[in-house]
Design a protein around this ligand. Structure first.
Ligand code: NAP
Length: 287
């Protein structure tokens, strides 16, 4: 039986690893804050002592951590996965990072004879729990084919682009749009509210035209209710906007709207909403 490792048990990682355990796979988990492993260990997972040990123990090690600094630490720090890489060992990193970071990690893994795939995901907490994520992979095509069944346990659709870094690019474009659209929704609701309209009426009208979409239908009512229970932490949305702006800088593409959205999310972070859901940017817009 193939052995899978899973590093990083935050909102997304715990749900994704949970699906692997529930599917009866042999899973070894590790998280920086070790006690977060407990719920999965109680359901049958093993607990690893370090990323290096998980990598050495498992055939395919998967990772889902917060940002470029975390993904880099997981790979290059003492006890990191590089110390466990051996020829044939596979590493798949689902974290949302910038293209340069994923390229650097990929080269380090393959430089030691390992196999590497990036696989940032589209979808949030609920799709992770339901196994309906979308994987935006790139890298080792044979590893992609080999990992297809396990990706199928966690997701409804996968893509595999050619060059490592293209998965990160695709993910940053998706989230740049998500962030800018969220700020536009917030501004529309705030404007209508101050003008004397009912925000619920605005959402209802939007469902009847070309702006009808699952994001508005899901987040709109929560914003009206001031319910910011975290599915996608606002601090990660701002990180993704920042990385998208960096990508724009690298390739010479101006991103006016995304720049404005980034400033709003940055302000929301600074005023204490970083750990709330990204819809909490509405509070900053209203203020
Ligand atoms: N939530 C979503 O809706 C969503 C959707 C798509 C993609 N994403 C992306 O998925 C990734 C994870 O998101 P999440 O929502 O699961 O975040 P999260 O709940 O904040 O979890 C972050 C994870 O990263 C770990 N971590 C942070 N810094 C670390 C370091 N220096 N070394 C090792 N581990 C470190 C944390 O460990 P501790 O427990 O020890 O803090 C935790 O396991 C992010 O890149 C995010 O942008 C999220």
């Amino acid at each position: 039986m193939k052995r899978y490792g899973f590093l990083g048990l935050g909102i997304m990682g715990s749900a994704m690893a949970g699906r692997l355990v529930a599917a009866g796979l042999d899973v070894t988990v590790w998280n920086r804050t070790a006690e977060k492993c407990l719920p999965l260990v109680e359901k049958g997972a093993s607990q690893g002592s370090s990323p290096a040990e998980v990598m050495a123990r498992c055939d395919i090690t998967l990772a889902m951590v917060s940002d470029p600094a975390a993904a880099t630490a997981l790979c290059f720090d003492a006890g990191g996965i590089l110390e466990g890489v051996a020829p044939g060992k596979a590493y798949i990193d689902f974290s949302t990072v910038d293209p340069a970071t994923t390229v650097r990690i990929g080269e380090a893994v393959t430089g030691r004879g390992g196999r590497f795939l990036e696989g940032p995901v589209s979808g949030s907490k609920k799709p992770a729990e339901d196994g309906t994520l979308v994987f935006l992979c790139a890298g080792d095509q044979s590893l992609y084919r080999e990992a297809a069944p396990v990706l199928g346990v966690m997701g409804k659709k996968s893509y595999c682009f050619k060059e490592v870094g293209q998965g990160a690019q695709m993910k940053l474009i998706v989230n740049m749009l998500l962030g800018t659209v969220m700020t536009s929704l917030g501004e529309g609701l705030a404007l209508g509210d101050k003008a004397g309209l009912q925000m619920a009426d605005i959402l209802e009208v939007l469902t009847q035209g070309p702006l009808d979409n699952p994001l508005f239908r899901m987040k709109g009512p929560q914003m009206i209710d001031n319910n910011y229970a975290t599915a996608f932490p606002l601090k990660h949305m701002q990180k993704d906007l920042r990385l998208a702006l960096q990508l724009g800088d690298t390739v010479g593409q101006s991103l006016f709207t995304a720049g404005a959205a980034n400033n709003l999310f940055l302000k929301a972070r600074q005023t204490g909403s970083g750990d709330e859901d990204f819809a909490a940017v509405f509070k900053t817009i209203k203020s």
